[in-house]
Design a protein around this ligand. Structure first.
Ligand code: PLP
Length: 403
């Protein structure tokens, strides 16, 4: 269905009938292909956000669209009351991709996190022997794991938390990238340490070399699980399939989402060892849509793209271009940046504008980005972007900062 209303009319209409839990940039997207999107007036923009990494393979990647079409014509939903022919293969592929063993399929990222919290607690009681209802989970300051009441309960962002209590107990918050604090917090009640290997929403915060390996060591020593939330960092974004690979670390559980659905359907998963996911028995957890045939078809096609290694290589190679381009802007409007693979948090001199204002100016230049906190913008283009397109986007950023 297409619309006859203008962007301005649609934005105005939305404000009357949609909850105001977002403050989108004033662009109304009508269609997209690869790294380019087009608004309802036909203006084109280079997408440097890629759905917060849900579009790692670009908009409407032909192989993913084909897999979705094929499945739409065959079978879309069974619920888990019955088996379907694609789920075993999808789970086998996820195990091979991550070096883990079993999958718990869900839909959104937050659901995968919630599921991991439940599973970690059950594991703590049944395997580790933590006294009933005493299990704790250690998380990091400035985390972002989603929006459910349990998850925002252990957020340290007042905007995410305030007004939504009372919250679920059982979480301990430690500073990110601080191994002594983490070691201090982990004890005989600890079910798991739950961390983002790179903190995306916090502004693409990359821990010091050795931190993730240290977390692995500390959790192993304390007999606790290490759960890596790779929902934003995983599936090629940082130049490796998983961001934990930068330190050669294998967690007990990896949470996947966003790009796992190819930008087509919500697909998430807890992928873990047999010891961890083996604690679940029929009736204890579930989801009507989790692991549905359409999701499995698209998810398998995503894994097939990642198996080629091409997207990881692109992210690593183009990441170097991105890093060099941003380094050249330091002192010219950029006060600092953090970059891993094709993913960067860029701190803009507040005198030039807030992140939001920079986003609006870039929009006028034909580039879509999103701010995070204060004057930080984040760049995460589809991994299919060409060096020329990336250079063009960086040129637009330079122009906006100069003005
Ligand atoms: C690291 C991380 N975990 C979880 C989530 C939540 O995912 P969803 O929005 O699909 O619930 C996000 C979303 O930005 C994320 O970045």
């Amino acid at each position: 269905m297409t619309t006859t209303r203008s962007s301005a009319e649609l934005i105005h209409a939305e404000s009357a009938v949609l909850a105001h839990n977002y403050h989108p940039l004033p662009v109304v997207v009508a269609r997209a292909e690869g790294v380019w999107v087009e608004d309802v007036e036909g203006r084109r923009y280079l997408d440097m956000l890629a759905g917060y990494s849900a579009l790692n393979f670009g908009h409407r990647h032909p192989a993913l669209i084909e897999a979705a079409h094929r499945q739409l014509d065959r079978l879309t939903l069974t619920s888990r009351a019955f088996h379907h022919e694609l789920l075993a293969g999808f789970a086998e592929e996820l195990a091979a991709l991550t070096g883990l063993e079993m999958t718990l399929p869900m839909n959104t990222g937050a659901e995968a996190v919630e599921s991991a919290v439940k599973v970690a607690r059950k594991w703590a009681y049944e395997v580790k022997g933590v006294p009933r209802d005493r299990a704790t989970i250690v998380v990091a300051e400035d985390n972002f794991h989603g929006r459910t009441t349990t998850i925002v309960g252990f957020s340290t962002d007042p905007v995410a938390r305030d007004g939504f209590g009372p919250f679920t107990p059982g979480f301990r918050v430690v500073p990110y990238n601080d191994l002594p604090a983490l070691r201090e917090a982990v004890d005989e009640t600890t079910a798991a340490v739950l961390l983002e290997p790179v903190q995306g929403e916090a502004g693409v915060v990359i821990p010091d070399e050795g931190y993730l390996a240290g977390v692995r060591e500390a959790t192993r020593a304390a007999g606790a699980l290490f759960i890596a939330d790779e929902i934003q960092s995983g599936l090629g974004r940082t130049g490796t399939t998983l961001a934990v690979e930068h330190e050669g670390v294998r967690p007990d559980a990896v949470l996947l989402g966003k790009a796992l659905g190819g930008g087509i359907v919500p697909v998430s998963a807890v992928v873990a060892t047999r010891e961890v996911l083996g604690v679940l028995r029929p009736g204890e957890h579930g989801s009507t849509f989790g692991g549905n045939p359409l999701a499995a078809a698209v998810g398998s096609a995503v894994v097939a793209l990642l198996r080629t290694g091409e997207y990881q290589r692109r992210a690593a190679g183009l990441g170097a271009v991105l890093r060099d381009g941003l380094a050249a802007l330091v002192g010219r409007g950029v006060t600092g940046f953090r970059c891993r693979g094709l993913w960067a948090g860029v701190d803009v001199d507040p005198a030039i504008g807030t992140g939001r204002e920079i986003g609006e100016r870039l929009l006028a230049e034909g580039v879509l980005v999103k701010d995070t906190h204060g004057s930080t913008i984040r760049l995460a283009p589809p991994l299919t972007i060409t060096p020329e397109e990336l250079a063009w986007a960086l040129g637009r950023l330079a122009a906006v900062l100069e003005r």
